[in-house]
Ligand binder design. Structure first.
Ligand SMILES: NC(=O)c1ccc[n+]([C@@H]2O[C@H](COP(=O)([O-])OP(=O)(O)OC[C@H]3O[C@@H](n4cnc5c(N)ncnc54)[C@H](O)[C@@H]3O)[C@@H](O)[C@H]2O)c1
Length: 332
């Protein structure tokens, strides 16, 4: 059985569906701090299967112990965590607590119950402001500014140390670039209430929840002045998780710890994304330029050759499909 922490969140819910589609039995754990209980039903509806759900904070050792005691967990897909760079500057203690302490509690219980495999959601933010592009897994990491990115670096180190100390523990670190898009059913989506990221901004505008799309900075040192990011369709990202698990299972005897970037390998500017939506919708979108957000970089994208070579994985979805699937999530 696979424990999916944060399984009702944006990425966890998409992963839950994919694991079910691949025949895995799963149990979802979430405290619903950034998701809704109805997502559990939606996952069951899409996959046409019943799914166990535990409402639990990842830091609640007593309750989490019961989850491991009562279920034969063999692997953990660890999505639970706080994820906003800007919010982490305001509430650093929450980010250290949920992300780091939560992972320590999880790991200690995995060791107690001899649960051997963990796939962890890391982030491209740990590369900081490294200037040479594209970003690859061998870059030396410095301590980044944001408490969010710091928490991810510390967790990566923790996972490495745990895997060195406990030989049976197998760790896959996946460093995500910018996951976007949704399952084509439109039934599971990101809780974007407080997000100022580009795709949530566009979706909120198209749902008439905002009078315009806020764009943070058009004076970056990039080809068109707009921020450039590496947008990857959520389905491609999640397939990378399935391939990482397959890789661990295939190399069970020798595998210990590994890190892979998951991105599209392409940098696309905010303007290019807005243009792609405009092309698909055949109308202009109203954008307003705002000052840059704290911690925002000009441009970055991933070197994904390691994941391609070792996992046999590559992203398949085009920008057109990303836009199309995002539009599926619009309210009727
Ligand atoms: N979405 C992105 O752009 C992105 C990029 C890089 C890395 N990540 C990482 O991927 C993971 C999942 O991201 P997401 O976009 O699905 O976020 P999300 O907020 O949609 O999902 C996280 C889920 O974890 C739950 N959660 C939060 N704190 C918890 C706690 N203490 N105990 C139990 N559950 C808790 C939330 O309720 C939510 O359902 C996070 O660790 C995030 O840092 C996300």
């Amino acid at each position: 059985m696979i424990l999916v922490t944060g399984g009702c969140g944006y990425l966890g819910s998409h992963c839950a569906v994919e694991l079910l589609n691949n025949g895995y039995e799963i149990i979802i754990l979430d405290n619903f701090s950034n998701s809704e209980k109805r997502i559990h039903k939606q996952i069951e509806n899409i996959a046409n299967k019943k799914v166990k759900l535990e409402e639990c904070d990842i830091r609640d050792r007593k309750k989490l112990d019961q989850v491991f005691l009562n279920n034969k967990v063999e692997s953990v897909f660890h999505f639970a965590g706080l994820k906003s760079i800007s919010e982490s500057f305001d509430k650093p203690e929450d980010y250290y607590s949920v992300n780091i302490i939560g992972t320590v509690v999880l790991l200690e219980l995995m060791v107690k119950y001899c649960v051997s495999k963990i796939i962890f959601s890391s982030s491209a933010t740990i590369y900081g402001d490294y200037s040479k592009l594209p970003w690859h897994e061998k870059i030396d990491l410095n301590i980044p500014d944001s408490p969010y990115a710091q928490s991810k670096i510390i967790i990566e180190k923790l996972l490495k140390n745990f895997s060195l100390k406990h030989n049976f523990l197998k760790v896959a670190i996946l460093r995500y670039f910018n996951p976007v898009g949704f399952h084509h059913s439109g039934l599971i989506r990101e809780n974007s209430k407080n997000s100022t990221n580009l795709f949530p901004e566009i979706i909120k505008y198209l749902n008439n929840e905002k009078p315009h799309i806020n764009i943070y900075g058009n004076d970056f040192d990039t080809h068109d002045g707009y921020g450039v990011r590496d947008y990857i369709h959520v389905n491609d990202l999640i397939n990378g998780h399935i391939e990482a698990l397959n890789f661990i299972l295939k190399h069970d005897k020798t595998y210990n710890y590994n890190v892979w970037n998951l991105g599209s390998g392409k940098g696309r500017s905010v303007l290019e994304i807005v243009n792609a939506f405009e092309k698909q919708l055949k109308r202009k979108l109203k954008c307003v330029i705002k000052p840059r957000r704290k911690g925002d970089l000009g441009q970055y994208w991933a070197d994904i050759n390691k994941a391609k070579r070792e996992l046999g994985w590559h992203p398949k979805k085009t920008l057109h499909e990303i836009v199309e699937d995002s539009l599926m999530s619009l309210k009727e």
